[in-house]
Design a protein around this ligand. Sequence first.
Ligand code: F0G
Length: 350
Amino acid sequence: RPGWRGLIEEFRDRLPVSDATPVVTLQEGGTPLLPAPVLSAKTGCDVYLKVEGLNPTGSFKDRGMTLAVSKAVEDGSKAVICASTGNTSASAAAYAARAGITCAVLIPAGKIALGKLAQALVHGAKVLQIDGNFDDCLMIADKLAQDYPVTLVNHLNYNRILGQKTAAYEVVQVLGDAPDIHCLPVGNAGNITAYWLGYNEDHTAGNSTKLPRMLGVQAAGSAPIVDGHVVEHPQTIATAIRIGNPASWTKALDAKKESNGDIIAATDREIHAAYMLLARSEGVFVELASAASVAGLLKQSAAGWVEKGQTIVCTVTGNGLKDPDWAVSTAPQPHTVPVDVVKTATALGL
Ligand code: F0G
């Protein structure tokens, strides 16, 4: 992506910016659409990964944050606030640092991956752990943004959605059309809303001949949309999508219905299996929540929902390095050997 200027400049005519908007960018967007040969063979389709972990702070959140923070600064805001399962806070902290404004972060105590916490702290955010879950954090952040001089940068701030829709534009640019199916993890349901908006805009503009079926995937212990009710105590190893009451619940259902798609649940075991497959067979290290998209695809493929020969995009939303604890604790630990060539060769089984 030589010369890539960040998504506000690249898609300026399709975003709510003017010459008066101070563009706060880390040159996000323009991420790879990577062919996935092993997944393609398994499904009999052409499967691609939209590798969002290669954004500046390691997740898709940067797409929404560049616009949300730029607009906040344009409106004279001196501080932003978010609730987060980790990635939103990492992104908000980085863009606020870049803009020279304050960032406040509310996270569920003890429930976010170490790398994400490190990011929020190192970028200088004011981080508070709330003794509750993500849904509690969002309720408080939203109330604070109403009552105090601070701008909410969760996706209830629609600029987040408008920034994130650009990922769909990029897919259409690379494929020359929309895919047949688009799979992605669902937590607060902002991203599925954003992609569906982006695909629809492209279709209306004549840039694509079709619209994809949207396949949203929740974690089974945190699947309010699939279960049809709020989950009071959401559980899953995929902490990024540990959400019991998604803000864009109805918009996710609209995307499912309008696209003739589906929203399904994948178990933690299925998510973990997809995470390992991505790492070991495709060479792509994602965080657990991101693997939900692939877990969902494999499940639907096995169930006969996916026709052979189709073009499928799975968004892998965040970088595996966000959660090194998980990766290390579930893998075999390396042995220690002396400084000895033969012993090293023996230990390696060479
Ligand atoms: N994947 C990752 C890695 C995420 O961090 C999130 C959401 C999602 C998927 C789901 O996206 O919420 O738009 O449906 N993370 C939010 C956060 C909640 O605070 O970082 P969604």
